[in-house]
Design a protein around this ligand. Sequence first.
Ligand SMILES: [Fe+2]
Length: 251
Amino acid sequence: MSAIDPAEAYCPTEETMRDWIKHSLLRLTRRQFVAGGTAATAALAAGCSGGTDGGALPDGSDAPPPDAPLLDGGPDAPPIDVPPDTAPDGPTPECLETDVDQLGPYYRADAPFRTDLNITHAAGVPLVIRGQVFGPDCVTPIARALLDPWQADDDGIYDNATAAFEFRGRLYADDAGRYEFRTVLPGYYVPRPRHVHLKVDAPGYVSLTTQIYFTDDPQSAGVPRTLRIPLTMDIATGGLVGVFNVVLVAV
Ligand SMILES: [Fe+2]
C-alpha cells in the first residue's frame, strides 16, 4: 500500500464532515457512511488537521467477544474513564431542565448492567453517547445516577423478547455524574425520528423519562431542544459521538 502524500490528500472541512453525518442520519446504506469515514480516516493519516474532536471511541478492535459477560457498568463498577478533554462542561447555557418525553410501548425493566448496548455486534453506524447528570442548578453533578437507555436497532426494530436485551442496558454515572455508553445509530420506524429512550433516576430527584434526538435528523425538527444533540464524527474510527447532558428536578 502506498503512502498518501499530504500535499495531495483530501482534507475534509467542518462543513464536509457535517454533510457526512447528515447523510448518515438520512442514511441510505451503511456502506456510504463507511466510505465517508474511510475518506476522513485517510485524510487524517495523511496529515490533515482540524476536523471534529469526538474523543476516544472504541473501534471494534477491542470489542468484547460474543461470550463476554453482560454485566458491565453496575453499581460496583469502577468509575468511567471519560477523557478529560471531552468531558461536558454544562447542560445548556440557559440551564434548562431536561424535558420529559413519552416512555413508549417498548420499555423493558431490569435490563442488564452494561455500557455497550450492541451486545451481539449487530450492524449499524457506531455511536457513543456520553454526558453528565446535573442537579437543577446545572452545576452540581449527581453522583451515581442510574441511567437506563433503550432503542431500536439499525433497522428500526426493538428487541422486545430475547434474553440478550439487545440495545438495552443500565449503567451508573460516576462520582462526577459522568456516563458513557456505546451503541449504533438507531434506525427509523414509522412515524418516529431517530431516537434513544432514556430513564434517569437518582435519590432526591424526580425520576426522568425522556428521549435523545439528533439535530441533523430532519424528522426531529419539532422536538424540544434540550433533547436534540449534534453528532460529530470521530475521524479516527469513523464512528459518531454525541453529548447529552441531563438536568434533573429536585423532589
Ligand atoms: Fe421508540
